[in-house]
Design a protein around this ligand. Structure first.
Ligand code: MTE
Ligand code: MO
Length: 534
């Protein structure tokens, strides 16, 4: 509409976050978002963009790059940027939301710097059972919120909202003082772990191209979410039943002649409720209330990690830890917990962290697919040593049999991790040194002996080691590709690992069979190609 007024950027700047009428710009247009702020699904985080361009934020919150969001914004159009400012605008300094991000350990392998996404180097990944805090993988969708330092964290408050709308506020100091502290050892794993394998072995996937390191293991300290919800006054009809492993079907409705009175005030059943977590930077996700109330589920509001306060990248001062579940539900910088009759409305609950069938291609049915919660079984090779002394290179228990290959074949030692969700323990790790033709079993490292892994179920990862002998050179594939280093041919073999959990769930053989455009749950057998000069 060319009749609308032109605004100078100086005018736009006056309508910042503190003004009663916040404005934003997009391309050459100016919008008054006053009314949108209250209705915005991400809360008032939109105010960060007030007084300037919304574009850098939409580059972060990719869900906005959709026609329907432009249509919403178009309702608030009030004018255009004055031509005198349009060219200059390119050079306007936009406040960088990432300026306050913490320093990163230089050993981390970075996928993106802003927001920060990084994984430990593969050869460090399973060196220790507890991943050191400085090496723990980092998955941030936005900037790292600033919540003071040290003891200031205890002043941070989290709001608990019940289904009837009632709220209760707890400072972290209060949580620590009033509720018993619990510790659990649990791995966190991103649903995108090993996505780059799926891309290479199947086809293109959208998302960060993680290697095998979007998983780490730590001891977490916090209070139980169930304790806090009970204290806040949560009443659910079947709180008891909700915690049963298998629930009986609901009783049949009362017969019509029964003078049964439908009690409007009856609390809702836990099985239809969800606990929605919100972070300070507007990230959000939810879990079923049954998960939160499961007395053996160990869902924590955590403030400690490996004996130290949470580092800023991992949620200082408070985060949810939902063990055995996709890490996307373990919301960091926790500011609000709402018990509601629906899942979180965030894109991370309703879109990103879902799985699809290999037939669904680039436009899957987002609404029909279930949000990922408990994780399936997976494993990976993180270290390979070949040649004389290989079995000594990796300290720890050696393989029970080591029967692969014959005399004169090269010794090899492999190590790695295996992990399954839902608290299911790893029962067995199978290793093949010849691409899956013959198999042997790895030794599982007994990191959890004598109570060293607090928690009700098997939430931690399992490290494994294997020593054997490579197949003799004449028995392995000799590739026809020239070896650029020495001019000869390379003799190659494929090392494979797959794990089985205690429910006998096993990993799929190929990524193609579980392909989905998001590259989520890339749990196929992990293969490492090993080549040597012949
Ligand atoms: N919580 C907030 N507030 N913001 C985030 O970006 N990322 C989620 C989850 N919780 C995220 C969050 C995802 S997808 C993962 S995999 C884990 O945090 C990563 O936790 P970590 O960085 O401590 O490894
Ligand atoms: Mo993730």
């Amino acid at each position: 509409d060319p009749s609308l007024p032109r605004f100078r950027l100086a005018d736009v700047r006056k309508h910042g976050a503190a003004s009663a009428q916040p404005w934003v710009t997009y391309e050459d247009k100016v919008y008054d978002i006053t009314e949108w702020v209250g209705a915005h699904p991400g809360g008032d985080v939109i105010l960060r963009a007030a007084g300037g361009s919304i574009e850098p934020y939409w580059n972060i919150f990719s869900i906005h790059k959709a026609p329907h969001v432009r249509e919403i914004l178009d309702q608030y159009l009030i004018g255009y940027i004055d031509a005198a400012d349009l060219l200059r605008r390119e050079h306007e300094a936009i406040e960088d939301p990432f300026v306050a991000d913490p320093e990163r350990d230089a050993r981390l392998v970075s996928h993106t710097a802003r927001p920060r996404n990084a994984e430990p180097p593969t050869d460090e990944l399973t060196r220790a059972f507890h991943t050191p805090n400085s090496l723990f993988y980092v998955r941030n969708h936005m900037w790292v919120p600033v919540v003071g330092e040290g003891a200031e964290g205890d002043e941070h408050a989290v709001t608990v909202e019940l289904p009837d709308g009632e709220t209760r506020r707890y400072t972290l100091g209060e949580l620590k003082a009033r509720f018993p502290t619990h510790r659990i050892t649990a791995a966190l794993q991103c649903s995108g772990n090993r996505r780059s394998d799926m891309t290479k072995q199947a086809t293109k996937t959208n998302g960060l191209q993680w290697g095998v390191g979007a998983i780490s293991n730590a001891e977490w300290e916090g209070v139980r979410l169930a304790d806090v919800l009970a204290d806040a006054g949560l009443r659910v009809a079947d709180a008891q039943a909700a915690t049963a492993v298998a629930k009986p079907p609901p009783p049949p409705p009362p017969p019509p002649d029964d003078d049964y009175d439908d009690d409007d005030d009856a609390p809702p059943p836990a099985s239809s409720l969800h606990v929605q977590f919100s972070g300070l930077e507007a990230y959000g996700a939810s879990i079923p209330l049954e998960t939160a109330l499961d007395p053996r589920g160990d869902v924590l509001l955590a403030f400690g990690m490996n004996g130290a306060p949470l580092p800023r990248d991992h949620g200082f001062p408070l985060r949810a830890i939902v063990p055995g579940h996709v890490a996307a539900r373990s919301v960091k910088w926790l500011s609000k917990i709402a018990v509601a009759d629906e899942e979180s409305h965030s894109q991370w609950q309703r879109r990103d962290y879902k799985g699809f069938g290999p037939n669904e291609g680039a436009s899957p049915d987002w609404d029909r697919a279930k949000a990922i919660q408990e994780m399936p079984v997976t494993s990976a090779i993180t270290g390979v040593w070949v040649g004389r002394g290989a079995d000594k290179a990796a300290p720890g228990p050696s393989s029970p049999t080591g029967s692969n290959g014959g005399a004169g074949a090269q010794p090899v030692t492999l190590e790695g991790y295996a992990y399954s969700g839902g608290g299911r323990a790893i029962a067995r790790v199978d290793v093949s040194l010849d691409g899956g033709k013959s198999w042997d079993q790895a030794a599982l490292v007994d990191d959890c002996a004598s109570g060293k892994c607090p928690g009700n179920r098997a939430w931690a990862w399992t490290r494994w080691r294997y020593s054997g002998r490579l197949p003799p050179a004449e028995a392995v594939t000799t590739t026809t590709e020239p070896d650029t280093n020495a001019g000869g041919n390379k003799a190659c073999t494929t090392l494979v690992v797959k794990a089985t959990d205690d429910a006998y769930n096993a990993q799929p053989e190929t990524h193609a069979s579980v392909y989905n455009v998001r590259g989520n749950l890339a749990t196929a057998w992990h293969r490492v190609r090993l080549c040597r000069l012949s």
